[in-house]
Design a protein around this ligand. Structure first.
Ligand SMILES: NC(=O)c1ccc[n+]([C@@H]2O[C@H](COP(=O)([O-])OP(=O)(O)OC[C@H]3O[C@@H](n4cnc5c(N)ncnc54)[C@H](OP(=O)(O)O)[C@@H]3O)[C@@H](O)[C@H]2O)c1
Length: 229
């Protein structure tokens, strides 16, 4: 039975990813800040992604029981500058957003890499967005212009870069690392403006979390296919 960890699994898309991975027969650790919010069928794991001690404790707990981690979904994020035009965003917006969606991802991934290596077929899925695409932003695609956020979008661009760097290094250990865009989903993050459900957004992450050997790594895609960097 595969062992998975999903961060930010207490609500939104993360909760659906945890639920769907459990539906694939995996043992799913639901990384949550409030244990009462873990979805049914998962194992609640107290995990604030900004907390290095919590990350180390989580790795210890999973390591002692299973000796490996097969799937890590870095889902937790905040959007510190929702609705703030880029010229009005401050370093405080940047820090708050990067703390969870960039530094938090590195904190958790770094703690879990030994367990992912032990799996021999580790899968890492980083939740990103097409708003992170420098190509689409430079081309002034309507969506990227309408949702131009200095902190959130650039934090996800950084996450895309981190995805490729991890993918290149970890391929030899059988670990596939990919970035996925769930599409515009109706969750707290978007003020429930999205047209897709959290469950629909979760599907692409689950697909990349359940890739077979020889699957792609270092990619950036949505349900419709590859996205430009
Ligand atoms: N919704 C969309 O349309 C959309 C589009 C593109 C990409 N995404 C990405 O998809 C992912 C999920 O988004 P969502 O819409 O489901 O967001 P959401 O509903 O706002 O949920 C965010 C999750 O992140 C968790 N979180 C925040 N700070 C945390 C921390 N310090 N430690 C641990 N967990 C923390 C929250 O936990 P608490 O409940 O404890 O606060 C919550 O579970 C994010 O990476 C987001 O950027 C979403």
């Amino acid at each position: 039975m595969k062992v998975a960890l999903v961060t930010g699994a207490g609500r939104g898309i993360g909760r659906e990813i945890a639920r769907q991975l459990a539906g694939h027969g995996m043992t799913v650790f639901a990384g949550v800040r409030d244990e009462g919010h873990a979805p049914e069928g998962s194992r609640p794991l107290p995990l604030d992604v900004t907390d290095q001690v919590a990350a180390a404790n989580a790795a210890k707990l999973i390591g002692e029981e299973f000796g490996r981690l097969d799937v890590l979904v870095n889902n937790a994020a905040v959007c510190g500058d929702f609705g703030v035009p880029p010229a009005e965003a401050t370093a405080a917006h940047m820090r708050a957003t990067y703390e969870v969606g960039v530094f938090g991802v590195v904190t958790i991934t770094h703690a879990m890499i030994p367990l992912l290596r032990a799996s021999g077929e580790g899968r890492v899925v980083n939740m990103t967005t097409r708003l992170a695409s420098l190509s689409l932003t430079a081309a002034r695609e309507p969506l990227n212009t309408e949702w131009a956020m200095l902190a959130y979008n650039s934090a996800k661009s950084a996450l895309n870069a981190i995805t490729v760097l991890y993918a290149n290094e970890l391929e030899g250990a059988g670990i596939l690392v990919n970035a996925v865009d769930p599409g515009h989903c109706a969750t707290d993050l978007t003020g429930h403006t999205g047209t897709r459900t959290a469950a629909e957004g979760a599907a692409v992450a689950v697909r990349m979390a359940t890739l077979g050997a020889g699957g792609p790594t270092g990619t950036f895609s949505s349900e419709e296919g590859p996205l430009p960097w």
